[in-house]
Structures are given as C-alpha cells and as structure tokens.
Design a protein around this ligand. Sequence first.
Ligand SMILES: Nc1ncnc2c1ncn2[C@@H]1O[C@H](COP(=O)(O)OP(=O)(O)OP(=O)(O)O)[C@@H](O)[C@H]1O
Ligand SMILES: [Mg+2]
Length: 537
Amino acid sequence: MKNFADLGLEPKVLQAITELGFEEATPIQAQSIPIAMSGRDMIGQAQTGTGKTAAFGIPLINKISKDTDKIVALVMTPTRELAIQVAEEIGKLTRFKGIGSLPIYGGQDIGRQIRALKKKPQIIIGTPGRLLDHINRKTIRLDDVETVILDEADEMLDMGFMDDIQSILKLVPEERQTMLFSATMPPNIQKLAQQFLKNPEHVSVVPKQVSAPLIDQAYIEVPERQKFEALCRLIDMESPELAIVFGRTKRRVDELSEALQKRGYSADGLHGDLSQNQRDTVMRKFRDGSIDVLVATDVAARGLDVSGVTHVVNFDLPQDPESYVHRIGRTGRAGKEGTAWSFVTPREIDHLHLIERVTRHRITRKPLPTLAEAIEGKQRIIAERLMETIESGELNEYKGLAIQLLEQYDSVQLLSGAMKMLTGEKRDSEIQLTPEDPIRVKRRYNNSGKPDLRNGRKPSGNYGGFRGGSNGGGRGGYNRDRDNGGRDNGGRGGYNRSSSGGGRSDTSSYRGGGDRKPRTNSGEGRRPSKRDDSYNS
Ligand SMILES: Nc1ncnc2c1ncn2[C@@H]1O[C@H](COP(=O)(O)OP(=O)(O)OP(=O)(O)O)[C@@H](O)[C@H]1O
Ligand SMILES: [Mg+2]
C-alpha cells in the first residue's frame, strides 16, 4: 500500500483524492500512476472493483494544464452508463484543479452535448459511436489529444468495436500516450494492443485467480423451468441489500423483471432496447435504493460501480468466462464482500467447468434453497423491519387502533397478520418465462491449451485492493449501460465476440445451435430473444 502523497501529485489533485475519501492507493493505482506520469503507454490489469478508474484518472488529471481550451484527453468506454460513471469520477477528481470534462454518449440529445462542448472541456469521456458522430459533425476535434484511455480495453478491442476505435484513433496525433485498462486481458489482446500502443509497460496486479477475492462464488444446478422459483427463494433466503440479476437476452430481462414485480419484489430491468431516459431512471432508482433488484443483460456487466450491491445472480450463465468475471465483479468492490450465485442447467455443467478453469477458481455447488429457508429468510427481514419501525418511535397515532384490535384478537394473531401483510407475498400471479437454450462451450476454449484471462505476465505479488479508506459518498444520480445506438440485438454483426480478430482464424462463432449463429446487423429489435450485445452508438 502506498500513500497518494508519495506519488508526486499536484496538491490540488491530492486534495480531490482526500475529498473522495481515498486514504491509500490500491496496488493498481500505486503501480500505474508513476508509469502513467512518465508518459509511457501502458496496459493495466487488476481485479474488478480495485480502483482502475482512479488509476488512470489521477495521472491524467495531474498531467493536464488548466490553461488549454482544447480537448487534450479522450477516455473511451463500451457503454453509456460507464461513460457517465467515469465522467462522474473524473469530475470529482478535477474539482480543485478547474479542468473541464464531459461525457459524450448515444441516446442523449446531441444539441445539449454540442452546447456543453462549447464550454471547452479538456477531457472527453465517451462511447465510440457518438464520438464518431461528433467527429463527423466537426463538433469534436481530436487534433490536440495527448492521452487516450480505453477503459474495459478487451471489450473495446473486441471485434464489434474495432472499426470505430480505429477510425477514432486515426484522428488522434501519433505522439500520444495510450493506456488500456481492464480486469481481464485475454492473451489475444496483445496482438490488438500492438496496433495502438508503443512499447507499452504492463502492469498486472492479478493473482492466480482473476475474479475478485472477496466474492463468495456458488452455483445451483437447476432445470430451466425451475429457475424462477429458485431465484425467488434465493432472494428471500439471502435478502440482498441490492442485487443484480443477469439474464441472457433482452426478452429474458423484460420477462424476468415483470415476473419479479408480479411476485412483489422491487425490481426493474435494464437493457439496450430501452430509451436512454428509461435506462437513466432505472439506474437512478437502483443507485438510490428505490429498487432492490436490477435485472440486466451484459450491458451492466462491465465497470458499473454501485455501492451496496451485495449479490449478483447469473440467472443464465454468461457465454464467456470474461463476462462471468465482470458480472460477478459488480459486487465485492472496494474491499467489501459480496456473493455471486449462478444457475446452471444440467446441460451447462461443462460450461461451468470451463468458467472455473479459465478463471482458476472453484465455484461451490450449493443446493436449491428450500421453501423453509426462503420463508425463514423472508420472515427474518420482516421482523427486522418491524423492529426498526418500533425503534424509530413515532407510533402514537397507531396506538389507539392497536388497542382496539387487541380487544378482538390476541397479540400473536395480530402480529402474525401484520407480518404476513408486510411480506407482500403474491403467490397466485401467473408467471411466464420463455425458456432459453443452454449455453454451449465455444470452440476457442475447447481446443485451447491456455485458457487464461491474464496477459501472460507474472503477477506482481501485491494483490488485493484496499486497506482502510472509505469511498467518500456515492455517485449520485447516474446510470449506465452498454451504448446502444441501434445495432441489432443479436450483437456484433456476426463476429465471434471473444475471438481476437487480430489474426485468429476461429471467427466461426459458436459450436452448435441455439441462437448463436453468425448474423448480420439488421433492424433494431428484430429478434427479441437475442443476447444484448448492442454495444455501440
Ligand atoms: N484508493 C482508494 N481507496 C478507497 N476507495 C477507492 C480507492 N480507489 C477507488 N476506490 C473506490 O473503489 C470503487 C471501485 O473502483 P473502480 O470502479 O475504479 O474499480 P475498477 O477496478 O475500475 O472495477 P471494474 O473492473 O469493475 O471496472 C469505487 O467506488 C471507487 O470510488
Ligand atoms: Mg472500471
């Protein structure tokens, strides 16, 4: 662990760090900041939730002169919500230095963005599609950009983004500093990085296991048709503070969030077919706790940092082990503990083992929670809520009625009735979920001798993330999602999203059937059951 004060940062940047409540630099921060400050290109890998945003944000802000009115730095993210979130953190870090920053993403009124650009922000944080839009309109010029950062680099360099990234980087001067960050660095990222980086320094604080250490990982073997019941029981048993439930497709997310609402849970869905307004509203509600369960596609898998997420549930297993790592990494952040559950249908057990191999972590098998466990969990919460209400006082206006009722019923009867009401149980509503095909193991992993998400470098030995240091205040009012500007639900136009594209020949996509065939971009929402890979704007 290292003090930020020892890193040679400007006082105004240090002051902002203190204000954020960061006491010590995390390992990725301690190692990246000096390299980034030296001006070298770099690739930074560290587990989810260990402060990569500040690892690139701090040296970036330290470097920028307040006197320029040009765009000198560009941060790219794969989703809109992540662009907003990163801009928010950068905004906090620039607070005392007086540098302007602006998120630029699809779905937001472009006129508003153009007006904001007139205020001459020095840092732009954006999604590729909308950035290109502004570049074409000449409302953004990249001629003076000195630093480029790709957050979620492996995702950004995935085939679906390559063209846009290439077009954007062509417009940035050659003598720039380029930095890539992610929790996962599949080996093939090296080839892609060669195209964009000059002699990069590798910083990897990823130990043997890629997933974050404070996440308790379990799976339940459950047939497709019993998943919903399993989910309800799990939520009842575990009573998460906030939970994210990942579903494979947009349709799945819609159906699942509706079904949960019908059962009386406070849930809502997030995916790329919603309007940006809807996405913003859902994220805002999730952040402020007015919904407890966020049901989402992989749009929410990367980078999102919502404090209070205690549980992640893979209602459907993700296709890629990378996605597993990122999804579960929405919990267990900044030194907090978290729990991740995955539902695995009997035919998907091989896929689960693949995820275990690639992430080098055993996932514990647990039985389906019993009805009794579910009920007990639910009742425990009700009792807690009841006691909290009693502790908080202010019950006087109810006392008269309570006395009257006690004349008719005994106290146990009354209290039981009240608690039953409080559980909000709505068992009788009909639930309809369209079954999903099982996930198949992709060819890239079948024959791969080296299933490893690390980039092949030795881990530094200094793992983990945090000691002390609270996260000073949440980032209010924001939301995030993959940027969806109108691509087909089906994903990145027929690319195998996990093949490197940089010289690999196995673009053959998926083995076997399901909906995982190569496909081309066509109208939005055409096949509602497809995976939500609508990344770009
Ligand atoms: N030095 C620090 N001390 C305390 N908290 C920190 C520190 N650095 C970052 N944090 C907090 O840790 C949380 C996670 O940080 P961040 O979102 O940057 O993680 P990440 O490594 O980018 O994760 P992911 O791989 O999921 O994107 C944030 O809430 C952030 O404010
Ligand atoms: Mg991040």
